[in-house]
Design a protein around this ligand. Structure first.
Ligand code: PAF
Length: 266
């Protein structure tokens, strides 16, 4: 497996690989990311992963500076999973000048996560478009935990006519249901013990035993600061109509100092 840090080396390495499937990440990899690599391997002969902590998708005061950077360990994990190439640019490579051209995603970007993290999806869509242009994969894999990101990226690829198949990877969970996330590392032992409540509560909503509004109250009673728990239509995250059978519950809430998000299809 090769690791390259600039776009010219990436393009040279890609020229030797043929069609690739792509897994974009911000590093600090866990089993969830590795399952996306395995899924990617089913979609092309070679897998390229990127590791880049994208400043544009962090709001002032968020965890950009302290986001864990673990390139050496990530490299070993990706090699063991069979990735062929890792693109790990630093900021001067992807943003040699301030990025003043930004992707403005659909209005969906202002809802759910976007209500609480304004500008987040502009940052995500911009870096994803840049990475897709750099790697030019046949397929790119995004996890369902970040369901709104998946739907927004899918819409962007469709509307910009990018010849890339967007593949959705299932959420990988700890034994107690907590969705794997790099940010779980921020949880104290007490918060870690409490963290699966978000998944359990959302499971109740998906099963129709709890209304989404009551889920917010239940989380708040347990000491959480919930941002949203909402049921949407899977395909475009519109509010579901009676006929919409394929639904997803999306939620975000803060336990102690850590904000967790999750989503469950039903
Ligand atoms: O999901 C992530 O890790 C990031 O949002 C992504 C897609 C790598 C873009 O920075």
């Amino acid at each position: 497996m090769r690791v390259v840090h600039d776009i010219a080396s990436l393009r040279r390495a890609l020229a030797e690989l043929g069609p690739v499937a792509f897994v974009p990440t911000m590093g600090n990899l866990h089993a969830g990311h590795l399952s996306l690599v395995r899924l990617a391997l089913r979609h092309a002969g070679a897998v390229v992963a990127s590791i880049f902590v994208n400043r544009l998708q962090f709001l002032p005061g968020e965890d950009f500076e302290r986001y864990p950077r673990t390139l050496e360990r990530d490299r070993e994990l990706l090699a063991a999973e069979g990735a062929a190439l890792v693109f790990a640019p630093d900021e001067r490579v992807l943003y040699p000048v301030p990025q003043t051209y930004l992707v403005r995603p659909s209005p969906l970007a202002e809802e759910l996560e976007g209500r609480f993290r304004p500008g987040f999806f502009h940052g995500v869509a911009t870096v994803v478009l840049k990475l897709l242009n750099c790697v030019q994969p046949a397929a790119a894999v995004f996890g369902k935990k970040d369901y709104q990101q998946l739907v927004i990226v899918r819409g962007m690829v469709r509307q910009f006519d990018l010849p890339i198949e967007i593949v959705a990877g299932e959420t990988v969970r700890e034994a107690d249901g907590l969705a794997m996330s790099s940010r779980n590392a921020y949880l104290s032992p007490t918060e870690r013990a409490e963290a699966p409540r978000l998944y359990r509560t959302m499971t109740e909503v998906a099963a129709g035993r709890l209304a989404a509004e009551d889920a917010l109250a239940a989380l708040a009673r347990a000491g959480w600061q919930p941002d949203y728990v909402e049921v949407r239509r899977r395909s475009d995250l519109a509010l579901p109509q009676r006929a919409d059978r394929e639904r997803v519950v999306l939620g975000a809430a803060r336990v102690g100092g850590t904000r967790l998000i999750d989503s469950l299809e039903f």
